[in-house]
Design a protein around this ligand. Structure first.
Ligand SMILES: Nc1ncnc2c1ncn2[C@@H]1O[C@H](COP(=O)(O)OP(=O)(O)O)[C@@H](O)[C@H]1O
Ligand SMILES: [Mg+2]
Length: 269
């Protein structure tokens, strides 16, 4: 058991979770390998956000075991969870920025909180903004940014502290397709260039297709480029679909699209 657990970023082992009488996750098992992105799909209310909250220890399972970065966090206290959460970056649908703080203060928030000097914070914030292609927006207020830019600031903020694990909760919801692409490209950069392990919750089939068929690499000129290659992409990307508390699908993108299951076929329309 211990070998398996220490070599995975996240493991759900027979997790049962409910709100009162309502069972949300019913004997759910899956794992996220290091460097792998698990695309978690399912209708609204099927427990996708709940799954992420369990990883963060914000909710506790009723039974089963939950491992994060080799540690059995199932019964971790709040203070032990604080250390675990430092390894996890969380990216929300709306970016969740503080409206009264500028981009610099938003991205550097945790560092300021920890008492880092203005110079150190600026150095790190600029690095993170460069990663999301938003260096020029450093002194802007959230209200001056487009929806896509706000999400990218949210991503930059989640990257402070260099998390090994990133959890995405519908980061492309409500964005137009080209803007959504830029968000997925960032997720691919983190997957392919940084080796981050992720659970990526999404509703959008286009997100799933892109994550299953494209990857990011550095070309001969040293530039970051997006390439189409299903094999390369799928070696690092797996799909899971939830329905009524159960994992009804787990496999590659191709297996997902070729699934004969009528529910899945309908979902992918
Ligand atoms: N704090 C809560 N108390 C009671 N029920 C909740 C709570 N949070 C979510 N739920 C219910 O749990 C189910 C799963 O929610 P959620 O994980 O947010 O779904 P998803 O993210 O897949 O849309 C939904 O039916 C939702 O109404
Ligand atoms: Mg949700």
């Amino acid at each position: 058991m211990s070998n398996k657990n220490s070599s995975n970023a996240i493991i759900f082992e027979n997790i049962l979770f409910g709100f009162g009488e309502q069972i949300i996750l019913n004997d759910v098992s899956f794992s996220v390998k290091p460097g792998e992105t698990i695309v978690l799909m399912g209708g609204s209310g099927t427990g996708k956000s709940t799954t992420l909250k369990l990883v963060l220890g914000l909710l506790k399972p009723e039974s089963g075991h939950l491992f994060v970065d080799g540690e059995n966090i199932t019964d971790f206290t709040e203070s032990k969870m604080m250390a675990v959460r430092k390894k996890i970056g969380m990216i929300f649908q709306e970016g969740a920025l503080f409206d009264s703080l500028n981009v610099f203060e938003n991205v550097g928030f945790r560092l300021f909180e920890q008492g880092a000097s203005e110079n150190d914070v600026e150095h790190i914030v600029r690095q993170m903004l460069k990663f999301v292609n938003l260096e020029d927006a450093i002194y802007k207020m959230p209200s001056e940014l487009s929806g896509g830019m706000r999400r990218r600031v949210g991503i930059a903020r989640a990257l402070v502290g260099k998390p090994k694990i990133i959890l995405y909760d519908e980061p492309t919801a409500g964005l137009d397709p080209p803007t959504a692409r830029t968000i997925i490209e960032l997720a691919m950069k983190l997957r392919d260039l940084e080796g981050v392990s992720s659970i990526f919750v999404t509703h959008r089939i286009q997100d799933a297709q892109q994550l299953a068929s494209e990857y990011v690499t550095i070309d001969e000129k040293g530039e970051i480029v997006v390439r189409k290659d299903e094999k390369a992409a799928s070696s690092r990307t797996k799909f899971i679909m939830l329905k009524q508390g159960k994992v009804i699908f787990s496999g590659s993108g191709r297996e997902l699209w070729e699934s004969p299951d009528p529910y899945i076929k309908n979902f992918l329309l």
